[in-house]
Design a protein around this ligand. Structure first.
Ligand SMILES: [Zn+2]
Length: 331
């Protein structure tokens, strides 16, 4: 059986070779964009490690089935509780790691989003990585662009996962998730190569509605004056941090599309379900305005990550949103 992973061929090959030659590391650090497939890859490798067949992962033995059902006693997947990965969770991992495996030769731990580890949790984790019991394999996942302790990273074999090609995401959505071709194509482009994101979006009506609302906000704001823009910035600054981050991400994809149309590259546009509006909008600005606003969006996203004054950062961004050439409104 092939590994239950779509794409990431190089990473899969590297792990397969380690398994085949008995040179599995004690710890792997899988980094990549959110929902690109880091945990999926870790789980596939765990299945191969816990499979009892001669050619793992067979997909049929009791070990494989238990991993697939999420009930294997020698596999633990740990994600940050609340917004932090806590020292209690790492202590529990250490306690479990010291025990001998129940059904397999290995005990496998998948520790997700270690960028959210508190300092004490990261230090406790470091101790585990320094002296791991022989039967233990630990997979850490790290969201691209986030920082983790260099000492933690240095104790792991590091594997960077890259976004999948758009065509591969679209094909997977059609064949594995039976998505209608048009929706598969749209999602593949919007996903920027993150298959996990695309798959969860398939049936997520609330997120589609949210996207429609946020694009409508963007289109309304561009011809609105200072007062409305300030009010929007304030409202957005009071929501949870990931709301502002998601809004900026969506707006960036929109403005990147405008720039692509201004450069006459329509085949790379992401928001293809709004092609008419995009074409009309692209004529309202010049490429320099699009580039400048894309730069402002990227800068604001970085500010928000650093916990600066969120409201001020968003106000400045909103003030930079260019007005369309044919707008009759007055600020
Ligand atoms: Zn198996």
């Amino acid at each position: 059986m092939n590994w239950p992973v779509i794409g990431h061929e190089l990473a899969v090959e590297l792990l397969q070779r380690a398994l085949a030659t008995g040179q599995v590391s004690h710890a792997y650090l899988l980094s990549g964009p959110p929902q690109v497939g880091k945990t999926t890859l870790a789980r596939a490798c765990a299945q191969a490690l816990l499979c009892t067949d001669a050619e793992p992962p067979c997909g049929e033995c009791s070990g494989c089935r238990k991993v697939q059902q999420g009930i294997h006693p020698d596999l633990r997947i740990i994600a940050p509780r609340t917004s932090n990965l806590l020292i209690d969770q790492v202590r529990e991992l250490r306690r479990q790691a010291a025990l001998t495996p129940v059904e397999a030769y290995h005990k496998v731990f998948i520790l997700r989003r270690i960028e959210q580890a508190t300092a004490p949790a990261a230090n406790a984790l470091l101790k585990t990585l320094e002296e791991p019991p022989a039967h233990v394999v630990i997979f850490l996942t790290l969201t691209q662009g986030e920082q983790t302790l260099a000492t933690v990273a240095s104790r792991c074999q590091q594997i960077a996962l890259r976004p999948l090609p758009t065509a591969q995401v679209a094909q997977a959505l059609r064949e594995r998730w039976h998505a209608p071709p048009e929706r598969a194509e749209l999602l593949a482009r919007l996903s920027q190569g993150r298959l996990g994101w695309a798959a969860t979006m398939l049936d997520d009506d609330a997120s589609w509605e949210q996207r429609a609302n946020r694009l409508a906000d963007l289109l309304a704001l561009r011809s609105q004056g200072r007062v409305q823009r300030m009010r929007y910035a304030e409202l957005l600054s009071r929501k949870k941090p990931d709301v502002a981050r998601n809004v900026l991400h969506l707006w960036s994809s929109w403005w990147r599309d405008l720039l692509l149309l201004q450069y006459a590259c329509p085949e790379q546009v992401a928001n293809i379900d709004h092609m008419d509006t995009l074409r009309n909008e692209a004529r309202q600005y010049d490429a320099q305005q699009s580039r400048a606003f894309l730069g402002a969006l990227a800068r604001t996203a970085r500010y928000l990550q650093r916990n600066v004054n969120r409201r001020l950062a968003l106000e400045l961004l909103l003030l930079r949103l260019p007005r369309p050439a044919q707008s009759g409104d007055i600020a």
